[in-house]
Design a protein around this ligand. Sequence first.
Ligand SMILES: Cc1cc2nc3c(=O)[nH]c(=O)nc-3n(C[C@H](O)[C@H](O)[C@H](O)COP(=O)(O)OP(=O)(O)OC[C@H]3O[C@@H](n4cnc5c(N)ncnc54)[C@H](O)[C@@H]3O)c2cc1C
Ligand SMILES: O=C([O-])CC(=O)C(=O)O
Length: 322
Amino acid sequence: LCLVETCPSCSVTVLADQFSPNTTSDVAAGMLIPHTYPGTPIHVQKQWFKETFTYLFGISNSAEASEAGIHLISGWQIFKNAPKEELPFWSDVVLGFRSMSEAELQKFPQHRFGQAFTTLKCDCPPYLLWLEKRLKAAGAQMCTRKVAELWDLHSEYSVVVNCAGIGARQLAGDERLFPVRGQVLKVHAPWVKNFIRDGDGLTYIYPGVHRVTLGGTREEGSWNLSPHPGTTKAIFDRCCTLEPSLRGAQDIEVKVGLRPSRRCVRLQREVLSQGGVKLPVVHNYGHGSGGFSMHRGTAKEAARLVGECIAALQGSLSRAKL
Ligand SMILES: Cc1cc2nc3c(=O)[nH]c(=O)nc-3n(C[C@H](O)[C@H](O)[C@H](O)COP(=O)(O)OP(=O)(O)OC[C@H]3O[C@@H](n4cnc5c(N)ncnc54)[C@H](O)[C@@H]3O)c2cc1C
Ligand SMILES: O=C([O-])CC(=O)C(=O)O
């Protein structure tokens, strides 16, 4: 969508073997709380987050908010031991970031430190469906198709953007990309209004428009997409310790997704070539635990790289004519 908006003269086709509701993005909680990519400079991560926050804040503050599933949400990130950084890099992007008071911390007797702030949440699949609707309205084609090799697209398209998530491991032959399995529960508990996240990243409660997401797990290297019943119980118990009223939650649905994890997001141009024929590719994958937190910022950079590919193609075309 960002590409269509940045480059209205491009004709865009989205190829995917799975669309919403069957993607990793549909499993996510969709919270805007960044995770740090060790291989990307912090100022770049901050810019991606800020661009994403500003974009979604605009949607949350418009008549589109409920259809797009974007809303502001306040809550707490709590710690048993002092957090590594007192002020995370994103603290002045979210709204009203502050330390929790002693009185607030009484809600969490096992935790000694906490941060209170307001951030944004994307409800999935509504947000993905809203994006699809806008893409179609802008004239983009959506096509269900598994791509075996990026090169297979060379005769049909001038530029390929690779946003294949964990599928990029095979598609781009990238062994630095690995799955981090995450199991979550989606429950009916409309009385829970604030988010709660344990700073260790394992336990979280994220209320959405219709369902509350309870998490979670981080299992590096696991490709297993089947829910594990013992893990479901463990997640539920951990969340009930933080928010005892969840014992009354109903209609528990279990979901598993594979975070496409890497030291850094791969945002890069590459030119594939065979027998003198060239295919420019822009990679945009490896968002790990932060696909929602960073998506608009990384999409803007990918769209800029596509612009460079188009300029290079136009340059070689005019040189060929000379
Ligand atoms: C449990 C869990 C909770 C999460 N919570 C959050 C959160 O709160 N906040 C946050 O920011 N992030 C969160 N994430 C991370 C987030 O889900 C991911 O970073 C994000 O979904 C990655 O998006 P993507 O578009 O790259 O991949 P995907 O959503 O997996 O999309 C990839 C697309 O490429 C297609 N594809 C792949 N290979 C091929 C191929 N060969 N041919 C054709 N199509 C192909 C797929 O079918 C799919 O349509 C969470 C993840 C999990 C698992
Ligand atoms: O860690 C969180 O708060 C949610 C998340 O991004 C994930 O589970 O990947």
